[in-house]
Design a protein around this ligand. Sequence first.
Ligand SMILES: Nc1ncnc2c1ncn2[C@@H]1O[C@H](COP(=O)(O)OP(=O)(O)OP(=O)(O)O)[C@@H](O)[C@H]1O
Length: 262
Amino acid sequence: MTALHNTEPLLRAENLTMRFGGITAVKQVGFAVGPGEIVGLIGPNGAGKTTCFNMLTGFYTPTEGRVFFNGTDITSHKPHAIARLGLIRSFQKTNVMKRLTVFENVLTGHYMESRQSLLATFFPGEKVRRAECEARASAAAIVETMGLSRRMNAPAHLLSCGELRLLEVAVALAAKPTLLMLDEPAAGLNSHEAMQFGETLKTLVGKAVRSLLIVEHNMELVMGVCDRIVVLNFGQMLAEGEPRAILDNPKVAEAYLGKAAA
Ligand SMILES: Nc1ncnc2c1ncn2[C@@H]1O[C@H](COP(=O)(O)OP(=O)(O)OP(=O)(O)O)[C@@H](O)[C@H]1O
């Protein structure tokens, strides 16, 4: 029984379909993310990646299909309930508060994760004080994990684009994800910065998170960090496989570059 449980994927999407009125944004998409895996979800603009993210995390209820996380059917769960189970996502828009320091941003992420009452904030007892100490230690550890220790007390608005992308992941880590889903985490980075960023992401698996699911347009990053890649096109699964197989797949080249590339 236990052995069976261990081979279960962490996240499993089955036959996901999302219709908006007459538009079918995603049609019968199914894939899984196993423990210890980094999976990339890619596809040209409008392929349905963000819609998939929204269905996986409860922001949309799929028109058809089911989502399982850690063996639990989460299809009709609310986003906050899914987050509490350890399935945490980032958004394309930054989750960073520019006037706060790096440390304060990550600490704020911890407070959003905890369910401390307002009363407890103003009249802290021993339990709250202990939680506060633990949150500060955890925030400092996350800042270090993301390679931002030197910038610990820098206000976020002074960070470089690369540092900002790292901080965005750090804030997401404060919510204690089991599976972290990142939506275009390397947006705006040049090739060198993206590769460095990717190296940091790889170090997270097995330590800060169990698995990663990444939507990203930067192909160098995707090919460099992912164990497996799922390709969507016009809302449907086009291909799934290891990076090399995806690179060599003429259908994928055609979807991205047009018929001439095939
Ligand atoms: N709320 C909505 N109502 C109607 N159509 C939508 C809605 N959300 C998405 N769509 C449509 O569904 C399709 C998939 O969109 P989606 O944003 O999921 O693609 P994407 O792969 O994330 O694109 P991008 O890479 O540009 O972010 C598009 O044709 C889009 O116009």
